[in-house]
Design a binder for this molecule. Structure first.
Ligand code: NAD
Ligand code: UDP
Ligand code: UDP
Length: 318
């Protein structure tokens, strides 16, 4: 949509009451833009955006992206989708609908108003990767019929839709493949590994290691991630991605548990539980494209990011 009155952009963030979305909104508002946050509050909470109440540049819409949405905006960040395995497996059909129907509606909206649209895709499109580290050229190793498929295949289909709207309608699209990201405002019951371990360590509960803890992940702090998403939206119109965003420093889950115990000075013991089905064994982004295309790389190391997340949970759990 042409900017009629001034140079600030009107930006829609779906999933804006969630962990990543709420940080992204803070950043966009700090850059002087107007933001519409659309969220059905499935895993997100008003608490994540309550500090924005009364800000005239901010508007909250309780809305499910599987239904059409008619607003006038310059840019769309499509983040709506539960991201934690326990939540996306709670109602797997709804998870696929959110990714697929949500993408169609946001692409239809972008087509009507002529806006740019960015998709929050995921490293899960690589499945249990046979290539390490993962580059954007790798097509992935995904089980289409397992318990994680509603999320993985939903996100893969969303990417397909983005590229078909780009080919068919010349939409300006950006696809970010986000690797494991953590930080303040993750829900204490989110279920993902960093929040689980920190909450367990702070409450003296056993640290739940799935499998033997030898599987790896590469953890990116949220401030680095939202900077990357913002920069990706601002790349040249011809640039579509997909682009990996994540921190290439790889840790085993056991190493993560040890870091959390040490940084919280916790007396929690480790407990070993069965590994969930189809749990990827390793994951590390190749971020060469993000670095060459937009000079992006993460700046926050794991200990600093964990300390900031730990202080958030300490306050939250009081
Ligand atoms: P989150 O669960 O905190 O946020 C997701 C938000 O989407 C929530 O606020 C939720 O209420 C909302 N939502 C879910 N279904 C919706 C629907 N049908 N309509 C409207 N809103 C809906 O998770 P997050 O970590 O902030 O993830 C945000 C996005 O980034 C997701 O699309 C996720 O797949 C993607 N992503 C995140 C990570 C990560 O490590 N955090 C990694 C890869 C991809
Ligand atoms: N859509 C939307 N907001 C808009 C425009 C479209 O939610 O401002 C939805 C619309 O309901 C449709 C989808 O986006 O289901 C895809 O729109 P598109 O124009 O690509 O396809 P069509 O309307 O022809 O199915
Ligand atoms: N995990 C774990 N204990 C937990 C939660 C997760 O050992 O309490 C493991 C999980 O099996 C996986 C890794 O940590 O190997 C990351 O899990 P998460 O759910 O955070 O993200 P994803 O599997 O989607 O990368």
């Amino acid at each position: 949509m042409p900017r009629v009155y001034d140079s600030r952009k009107r930006i829609l963030v779906t999933g804006g009451a969630g962990f990543l979305g709420s940080h992204l909104i803070d950043r966009l508002l700090a850059h002087g833009h107007e933001v519409i946050c659309c969220d059905n509050l499935f895993t997100g909470t008003k608490r994540n955006i309550e500090h924005l109440h009364g800000n005239p540049a901010f508007e909250f819409l309780r809305h499910d992206v599987t239904f059409p949405l008619y607003v006038e905006v310059d840019e769309i960040y499509n983040l709506a989708c539960p991201a934690s395995p326990i939540h996306y497996q709670h109602d797997p059909v709804q998870t696929t609908k959110t990714s697929v129907h949500g993408a169609i509606n946001m692409l239809g909206l972008a087509k009507r108003v002529g806006s740019k649209v960015l998709q929050a895709s995921t490293s899960e499109v690589y499945g249990d990767p046979a290539i390490h580290p993962q580059t954007e050229q790798y097509w992935g190793n995904v089980n289409p019929i397992g318990p994680r498929s509603c999320y993985d295949e939903g996100k893969r289909c969303a990417e397909t839709l983005f590229f078909d709207y780009w080919r068919q309608n010349r939409l300006r699209i950006k696809v970010a493949r986000i690797f494991n990201t953590y930080g303040p405002r993750m829900h204490p019951n989110d279920g993902r590994v960093v929040s689980n371990f920190i909450v367990q360590a702070l409450t003296g509960e056993p640290i739940t290691i799935f499998g033997e803890g030898q599987q790896t992940r590469s953890f990116c702090f949220v401030a680095d991630m939202v900077r990357g998403l913002h920069q990706l939206m601002d790349t040249a119109d011809e640039f579509t991605g997909p682009m990996n965003l994540g921190n290439p420093r790889e840790f085993t889950i056991l190493e993560l548990a040890e870091r959390v115990i040490s940084l919280t000075a916790s007396s929690s013991k480790l407990v070993f539980l069965p590994l969930p089905e189809d749990d990827p064994r390793q994951r590390q982004p190749d971020i060469g494209l993000a670095t060459s295309e937009m000079g992006w790389s993460p700046e926050v190391d794991l200990d600093d990011g964990l300390l900031s997340t730990i202080s958030y949970f300490k306050e939250r759990l009081q």
